[in-house]
Design a protein around this ligand. Sequence first.
Ligand code: MLZ
Length: 451
Amino acid sequence: TGVDAAVASFDWTAYLERETSLAASVSCFRHAPLCAQWDDITVGMKVEVLNTNAILPSKVYWIATVIQIAGYKALLRYEGFEHDSSRDFWCSLVSGELNPIGWCAMTSKLLVPPQDLKQDIPDWKEYLMKRLVGAQTLPVEFYLKLAESMKNSFRTGMRVEVVDSKYVSRTRVAIVDSNIGGRVRLVYADQSDTPENIISDFWCHIWSPLLHPIGWSKKVGHDIKAPANNLESSSGLRGNSDSTFMLFKKPRFTYMEGTFFEEGMKLEAIDPLNLGSICVATVHKVLFDGYLMVGIDGTISNNGSDWFCYHASSHAILPINFCKKNNIPLTVPPGYDAQTFTWEKYLEETKAKAAPVRLFNADYPGHGFSPNMKLEAVDLMEPRLLCVATVKRCVGRLLLIHFDGWEDEFDQWVDHQSPDIYPVGWCELMGYQLQSPPGVEKKHTKKRLSQ
Ligand code: MLZ
């Protein structure tokens, strides 16, 4: 089934040219379709593409070279223009419009040179043969692999457990309402505390650490919102199946024997409610399976409603002095001065001990991101929104994401393997709306969204 939706598409290519920035490569995003194939997509690669510079009644094609790659997009130049860049054009590598060399011959399509080619080439066949020697083309079964890597098993109607966005220390049962390229809209099953006309929902990627199978909260000892009594009535949503543990990525195994995180231990943590700041924090509770409830020191609520569940292997929890070592401003509890704050004094004052460094996940295989690279990133404070964004800083595994056109207070720290960041062109591929930077013109087109 498909639904028509007006998708305002943002013109990435004009924007990249104006900003003279690079886009992060598809191969940086583990969860992005074709990530594993992307090393075969190279500048210099040749493809067969529609020739839009011909005045013939039927469609004809021509060979083009990839001049530049930006996320899922490629800048192409028709063969024969050589060093003349005036006719270069952008095309999505995943739109199905590009074909491997040999495709025209196989499908009986005509190869016709663009009419504006000024060069006088007596024998095109010979010219092309020369140009094609040793050239790469689209890998075999490129589109099959694309289709395959876009599949997932999260079906509409399936029940899951997910963080309660209004009360982050507990989870809540929700039902998968839609799934766009692995980003799911989850509607909370119990809507009894939601004002009429509003549906309380949450968006996340199927690999999000906030999303769990039915039964997870009980298994690990996490608080879950009790179902309202009227769930059986029409206001409650029931779903049609339960998600199972098999559907989910398992967090990295953690040994909990011997010494492990303990209640009261201090650490630094990304503030789940203000992802641009790394704060002084405390482990408040150790759950099963390596999960921890972490709270930011000095926050107003003292009933634990803002504690947040991080797995011990999460990159959002960091050993003390991480910020100092990396020249990141540490957010200190109210009443403290960031300039004079020292962990030594603080631990003494609070009679607490620091979580030992060896308990933190130090895996770092490296990544391909660097500052100024453009990408599409979820505004996790409003997780329906996927926005035009820039990598501002890289600190080990962590990336500081800046949303173009927005104040720095919207910035967010995310892990380089976060499923909430996507290559340029991902929204276009999936038919998901991309939020333009405020003030930047967008061109409106109607697109078909398929579920
Ligand atoms: N309602 C919000 C939207 C902010 C979205 C920013 N995304 C980077 C506001 O206007 O503050």
